[in-house]
Design a protein. Structure first.
Ligand code: PHE
Length: 362
């Protein structure tokens, strides 16, 4: 290759470098010139087969070409890289004066039923109760028979039970109609003294403005050797005061009947209606919130406890009901319709965990 040819190759390569529009195109030029099979590299390989007198001059010329191309590549590479950075910077501006977009923690809401369940749990935990659980699908024995509701007992009709298909052994599982079967599970599993609450879902085939086929209850059970009605009354009074966050709650214990307690009572709390607002602790209106009583001897016998030695009390509280009361939510069905607007309005911040020390509902 003659000197003019070398010059024109040099001009061609430098022009290609200058014309490369991005880092990818520049790399193609580099490979085409200086790569293993590149045109400059091919000239270097030719050196070996040249007569010594030509080799010196040609070698120097090719080396100079190689250096010039490498330098031009280097300069262009830096130029393109900083242009790419400048372009990204211009593209990705962040306006730090914009308001922060809210993340899931700020936007998400805790459902009032979950909130109220936590509030109730917190109060009873403070009184030394522990939490028990049972499944939604129950046996007939736990939901009825062991609770002194034998087959053919009229109370079974009151419960509007959802039954499953009969199993080969003749038993029929059901959706529990109350949380009371957790009493049975607890007494079969643990020895007294017992002090538990059991929150959960319950099901009844019933639906109108104040009833939904699924709702929530919280069961309480205390079994010991000298537990009496006075304890029950005190526990419920303390609970209502703490839950409604007022110094005094008007309560009415009304004689009632449940097969699994004797005596049995229903508890109403007094409230006033001022305009649309409900005020607990004043006024002369009454609202029923729970059923309770002393555990029936037949229930104790069903779980092999001696009624002469052990007594206790139980109560069952409607969670949805007292949530409506406390937070002034008028329609029970809205609880379960999954309407985001409702949840945004009545829901609770996930970071405001209810505690007795900091306040249950902030
Ligand atoms: N299980 C009863 C109900 O669902 C409530 C209750 C529980 C009553 C415990 C007395 C004792 O209506």
């Amino acid at each position: 290759m003659s000197a003019p040819e070398l010059d024109s190759l040099r001009a061609e390569l430098l022009a290609a470098i200058a014309g490369a529009c991005d880092l990818g195109a520049l790399e193609d030029v580099r490979v085409g010139a200086l790569g293993k099979k590149g045109r400059v590299s091919a000239l270097m390989q030719r050196l070996g087969s040249m007569p010594p007198e030509e080799r010196r001059d040609f070698g120097q010329a090719v080396n100079a070409l190689k250096t010039a191309v490498a330098e031009a590549l280097e300069v262009k590479q830096q130029e393109l890289a900083s242009a790419a950075t400048a372009e990204r910077l211009a593209d990705e501006t962040a306006d730090v004066t914009l308001p922060v977009r809210e993340g899931p923690l700020a936007e998400g809401r805790i459902h009032p039923v979950s909130q109220v369940t936590d509030e109730i749990t917190e109060i009873f935990a403070d009184m030394g109760f522990s939490i028990a659980e049972g499944p939604d699908i129950e046996t007939d024995f736990n939901n009825f028979t062991a609770l002194n509701i034998p087959p053919e007992h009229p109370a079974r009709q009151d419960h509007d039970t959802f039954y499953f298909a009969e199993k080969p052994d003749g038993t029929r599982p059901l959706l529990r109609t109350h949380t009371s079967p957790v009493q049975i599970r607890t007494m079969l599993k643990e020895k007294p003294p017992l002090r538990i609450i059991a929150p959960g879902r319950v099901y009844r085939c019933d639906s109108d403005q104040t009833h939904t086929p699924m709702f929530h209850q919280i069961e309480g059970l205390v079994i010991d050797e000298d537990t009496h009605l006075g304890h029950l009354k005190w526990v419920l009074q303390e609970f209502c005061r703490a839950f409604f966050e007022v110094p005094e709650v008007k309560m009415r214990f009304r004689a009632s009947h449940f097969p699994f307690t004797e005596p049995s009572m229903e508890v109403d709390i007094g409230y006033a209606k001022v305009g649309d607002e409900i005020r607990i602790g004043e006024g002369d209106r009454w609202l029923e919130i729970l059923g309770c009583g002393m555990v029936h001897p037949n229930v104790l016998k069903a779980v092999q406890l001696d009624p002469k030695k052990y007594q206790g009390f139980a109560f069952g509280l409607g969670i949805d009901r007292i949530a409506m009361l406390k937070y002034g939510m008028p329609d029970l069905r809205a609880f379960f319709s999954g309407d985001l607007r409702w949840l945004k309005h009545y829901g609770f911040s996930p970071l405001a965990v209810p505690t007795l020390a900091a306040g249950l509902s902030r």
